[in-house]
Design a binder for this molecule. Structure first.
Ligand code: NAP
Length: 498
């Protein structure tokens, strides 16, 4: 049976103004469990106006930070109760394994709790303005923040952006990906149940080229917070730039995993596997280039190939499954095309490199976990973000060569360094041109820790104090404390100020 998902504007579930809908497919079965209203530009405008009214009448902005934090904590508690239900919905709409979705969603209440605490502890500052004035710099909320989010972590990415925006007292309009719109709509209702006033959180599902475009071009936004591909980021930032709307952008990546010769090979292979194939490889920080010291290259590749070919592909709702399908047919075709081009350009496929065969895979968009060798800067796969279960493995000669290869990318989002030698771990990390570096780990995230990319991987960051501050602007109050009378034009003979 197909369930209807409506827009959520001003606390109401409403159909789109022209009645249009689009369907969300289950990537594992091809079924169409949801018919989702497709927001028109008029609906986008209505959502922004709803957010503006809520902002201007102060129904959330003027609630004391301590009370806003209480509401966010109540939302965190409600979310905790509903994690299993929401994780299942995420799996049905994007195909990621239920095991992964549960693990990810269990962390999400932390974002609401963290940013609630930040709002309560945020302090105004008082720069030194001289003897006769007191200067108080206040941080004030900015208005309606547009959130445009991708499909690969529908709730996590929405939650990162939304927690900071709401804690600071803003309204939001969320345009989720057309492939993952269901859970963000439910989240808006959960927040209202916890006490966020109607109109503060508005959700307008729709396609990027229509709904997303209209949102990014709307002059009523105070800020646009985007996560998605680098090329979409350029388009969105240019649209917002016309109205001088600031943009935070979390964009693409091609993360290197640097494996030095002193590692325990089996542990490092397990780490590389985790880096490359979580979420069927569809993460921005996917370990997509595994660089290995030549002295252990053969043994490492043997251990990793064995682990890759043993991954259990299948029904993502089955807790025994280790890798689900890809999110869409288009994404699988893009992946297959990248692997086929790599083959044609001389790469060697060590494992995978095709859609699996068998009845259980017939209706879904499955692709085998794929490990590719003999790839270098002359092949497309070296630079291109595939965003699928494909990673490449190459040797390096020494530390300098490892750093040079790792930095040879237009992206600069994340990297991981695997070694037991502390000096080398720090030295190499400092030389890497990327915003996040894990040492002997990968994928770890915390609401307090900045998440953002260098180079073509983004602008600004999520998480931490900077993300909260980016949802505020500074107002400088300058107060005259002197008891002397000042009258600039009273007499030209008073030359004190000349
Ligand atoms: P995408 O195609 O760029 O889409 C991202 C969002 O933008 C979606 O909501 C999309 O809507 C919308 N959109 C597309 N074209 C638009 C336009 N012209 N104007 C306004 N909005 C538009 O990216 P994706 O395929 O969903 O996600 C994969 C990408 O996200 C990868 O490159 C990945 O690295 C990146 N990512 C980055 C991070 C990070 O933290 N840096 C995290 C996750 C993902 P539709 O879905 O309807 O097209």
């Amino acid at each position: 049976m197909t369930e209807k998902i409506l827009l959520h504007i001003n606390g109401q579930d409403v159909p789109s103004s022209d009645g249009a809908v689009f369907s969300v497919k289950n990537p594992a079965t091809g079924e169409e469990p949801y018919a989702v209203s497709h927001a028109t530009p008029d609906d986008v405008d209505a959502a922004i106006q709803s957010g503006q009214r809520a902002f201007e009448d102060g129904r959330w902005r003027d609630v004391p930070a301590r009370e806003r934090a209480r509401v966010l904590n109540r939302a965190a508690a409600l979310l905790t109760e509903r994690i299993d239900e929401l994780a299942r919905l995420e799996t049905v709409q994007i195909g990621r394994t239920l095991r992964e979705m549960r693990a990810q969603l269990r962390r999400l209440p932390e974002w609401l709790e963290y940013f609630g605490a930040v709002a309560q502890t945020a302090e105004d500052t008082g720069p030194n303005f001289g003897a006769e004035h007191l200067n108080v710099v206040r941080r004030v909320p900015i208005g309606v923040i547009g959130l445009i989010t991708p499909w690969n972590h529908p709730l996590l990415i929405t939650m990162k952006k939304l927690s900071a925006a709401l804690a600071a007292g803003n309204s939001v309009v969320i345009k989720p990906s057309e492939l993952g719109p269901v859970v963000p709509v439910l989240l808006a209702k959960l927040l209202e149940e916890a006490g966020v006033p109607a109109g503060v959180v508005n959700v307008i599902p729709g396609l990027g080229r229509t709904t997303g475009k209209a949102l990014s071009e709307h002059p009523g936004l105070a800020k646009l917070d985007f996560t998605g591909g680098t090329e979409t980021g350029r388009v969105i930032a240019a649209n917002a730039g016309h109205s001088l709307i600031p943009v935070t952008a979390e964009l693409g990546g091609k993360a290197p995993v640097l494996v030095f010769e002193d590692v325990d090979i089996n542990r490092a292979a397990a780490g590389a596997l985790f880096a490359a194939f979580i979420a069927t490889g569809q993460t921005c920080v996917q370990g997509a280039r595994i660089l290995v010291d030549r002295r252990i290259y053969g043994d490492f590749v043997e251990a990793l190939t064995k682990r890759v070919s043993a991954l259990r592909l299948g029904d993502p709702l089955d807790l025994q499954t280790q890798m689900g399908p890809m999110v869409s047919e288009a994404q699988r075709e893009k992946t297959a095309d990248a692997v086929n081009r790599a083959r044609a350009q001389g790469a060697t496929v060590l494992s995978g490199g095709r859609a699996p065969e068998g009845q259980q895979y017939e209706r879904g968009w499955f692709y085998e976990p794929t490990l590719v060798a003999d790839v270098g800067p002359l092949q497309d796969l070296w630079y291109e973000e595939v965003f699928g279960p494909v990673t490449l493995v190459v040797p390096f000669d020494n530390e300098a060569d490892a750093i040079q290869q790792a930095n040879d990318s237009p992206f600069g989002l994340a990297a991981s360094v695997w070694t037991q030698e502390i000096g080398r771990a720090i030295r190499v990390s400092k030389a890497l041109q990327c915003g996040i570096v894990w040492i002997n780990d990968h994928h770890r995230i915390d609401p307090a820790s900045p998440w953002g990319g260098f180079k073509d991987s983004g602008l600004g960051s999520e998480n931490g104090l900077d993300a909260y501050n980016a949802c505020t602007k500074k107002q400088s109050l300058i107060i005259n404390t002197s008891d002397s009378h000042f009258d600039w034009f009273a007499s030209v003979e008073d030359l004190r100020y000349s």
